[in-house]
Ligand binder design. Structure first.
Ligand SMILES: [Fe+2]
Length: 183
């Protein structure tokens, strides 16, 4: 599984990320590095590295929210597909954080004035496909979850991890962490 992920991430380095200007791999590396730099624990950092695994390691035809693509009938969001893909290998919290990263965006758009305007065009584009704004009941339910604060931290690093040309450690630097979980 680690090899499969590494291959998928390497391929993702050659691929654009929908409307974003960085590759999917650069985005994942930047996100994980922001997390590590901020002192995130190993599980949260791993979730950051793999939060878009549903985009780069699964069949895009099964996604309901492809970046910059046509919406197929049915399908599920990349956050759901990605979380299910890694769930057999990682602690529950890691898969949960991956699953939550679209809801974290919906939450911030619903609760934080001005947040929506800071999103990249690609992120704004997929918001509707991911459920749009939250109801007050959804907001309260998410806010009460003990891991939701981590989901919001991941989301903010996700939003910032789209800088063209930012230098990061290579993918190989994350191989030991991946091998710890994906055996
Ligand atoms: Fe992302």
């Amino acid at each position: 599984m680690t090899d499969r992920l590494l291959r998928a991430m390497t391929r993702a380095g050659a691929r654009g990320y929908g409307a974003e200007r960085v590759s999917e791999l650069a985005h994942a590396l930047q996100c994980a590095e922001l997390a590590r730099g901020a002192g995130a624990d190993q599980e949260l950092t791993l979730a950051c590295l793999l939060h878009d695994v549903g985009r780069f390691a699964a069949d895009p035809a099964q996604l309901s929210d492809p970046v910059g693509g046509e919406r197929p009938d049915g399908g599920r969001g990349h956050h759901e597909v990605g979380a299910d893909l890694i769930a057999p290998f990682v602690p529950e919290r890691v898969a949960w954080l991956v699953r939550m990263h679209a809801d974290a965006k919906r939450y911030l758009c619903s609760t934080e004035p001005g947040y929506h305007d800071t999103l990249s065009p690609g992120s704004r584009h997929t918001l509707t496909r991911q459920g749009g704004l939250m109801t007050p009941e959804e907001i309260a339910r998410h806010a009460a979850h003990p891991w939701f604060r981590d989901a919001l931290r991941l989301r903010r690093w996700d939003d910032r991890a789209k800088v063209v040309g930012r230098a990061t450690a290579p993918l190989a630097a994350w191989e030991p962490l991946l091998r710890t979980y994906f055996r």
